[in-house]
Design a protein. Structure first.
Length: 155
């Protein structure tokens, strides 16, 4: 089995972060969402938070919409108790549109289906699809711990 280790930049091991990790670790369940524009170290902070929780004995799900999936770069090695994955906005949007079309478009003719498919092309559809993906993590957080880094792609 690979050694349990996670290397994080030294400046992410701040006392304030450790206190927040302790607070959540003491509850045993919950969700932390780190949000903002790209390049502000959301994934680094989210990974530090997740690693802190795992080191305190918790199972943690770390998810990100980071297009570069930098979780692998931030964490060096494997850490038992940590599940890390990337939410792919394109895949989630496709899944969301398919679900809507299956539920609402099955009785429509071709013209009405085409009209209905115009709405999912709006930028808001990707946001809604990502929200649904993160809602699965929120549901998990009712009985476990989750950490998510969400990149705001649009201005």
């Amino acid at each position: 089995m690979a050694e349990d280790r996670a290397a994080l930049p030294p400046d992410t091991d701040e006392p304030g972060l450790a206190a927040m990790v302790d607070d959540l670790a003491n509850t045993g369940r919950g969700l932390v969402m780190v949000t903002g524009n790209g390049g502000v170290r959301k994934t680094t902070v989210a990974a530090a938070f997740a690693v802190g929780l795992v080191k305190r004995g918790h199972q943690v799900h770390l998810a990100t919409t980071d297009p570069g999936a930098h979780v692998a770069l931030v964490m060096d090695g494997n850490l038992s108790g940590l599940t890390a994955d990337r939410i792919n906005p394109v895949a989630e949007t496709s899944r969301h549109v398919e679900k809507i079309m299956a539920a609402k478009g099955h009785d429509l003719d071709a013209a009405d289906r085409a009209l209905m498919l115009e709405d999912p092309d709006s930028p808001c559809t990707e946001d809604v699809a990502e929200f649904h993906a993160f809602s699965r993590i929120v549901a998990e957080a009712r009985s476990a711990l989750g950490v998510a880094a969400v990149t705001q792609q649009r201005s």
